[in-house]
Design a protein. Structure first.
Length: 186
């Protein structure tokens, strides 16, 4: 691992340790560097601010769960694996899911899930329409909300079972609507 990535990983681990004890909003850059023995200069060499570090954690830790699966057919496999990973890092991800606003984990998940919904819509031969855009946004918002609820309940429910519930709703509503329209248009 190149030196820059080692430094970034140490800073990320420091933030994760701090977030196990307190809310992200109460943590500042000086806390992060003090916790790992780095200087502020070292921090700012690698990251613009604590939000940039947080986003780096999201992208480096969660992107593989989301990108390794075909979006239209196996997206819930990636989401389930992500939830298992979040359980392993429970205190950090509960805190991350409860941090809202620009560049938040909720916003990151929303973008991913919206893209999945749009890929499913496109895989069914649908062109862009306001209705489908709204449907994709609705599904993404709903799933993020359910994940926040799962996290706030302590991430106790088995992700496979929880994601299966989400998938059944998704398949039972959005896919039904897409397939129903195909039948009416024939």
């Amino acid at each position: 691992m190149p030196h820059a990535n080692i430094t970034k990983r140490i800073l990320a681990d420091s933030l994760k340790q701090l977030m196990a004890k307190e809310a992200f909003s109460k943590i500042c850059v000086s806390d992060i560097v003090e916790n790992c023995g780095f200087t502020r200069q070292a921090f700012y060499y690698h990251f613009k601010d604590k939000y940039d570090l947080m986003n780096w954690i999201y992208y480096t830790e969660t992107a593989s769960f989301m990108s390794n699966y075909d979006m239209a057919n196996h997206w819930t496999d990636g989401l389930k694996d992500l939830c298992y990973y979040m359980q392993e890092n429970k205190s950090f991800y509960i805190n991350a899911l409860n941090t809202t606003g620009q560049n938040s984990f909720q916003e990151y998940l929303y973008g991913y899930l919206r893209d999945i919904a749009m890929s499913v819509i496109e895989s069914k031969g649908r062109s862009f329409e306001e209705k489908w855009e709204f449907t994709a946004e609705f599904m993404a918002t709903t799933i993020v909300g359910l994940l926040v609820h799962w996290a706030n309940d302590g991430m106790e429910e088995d992700p496979a079972k929880y994601i299966a519930h989400i998938r059944s709703i998704f398949d039972g509503s959005m896919l039904h609507e897409l397939e129903g329209k195909e039948n009416h248009e024939s």
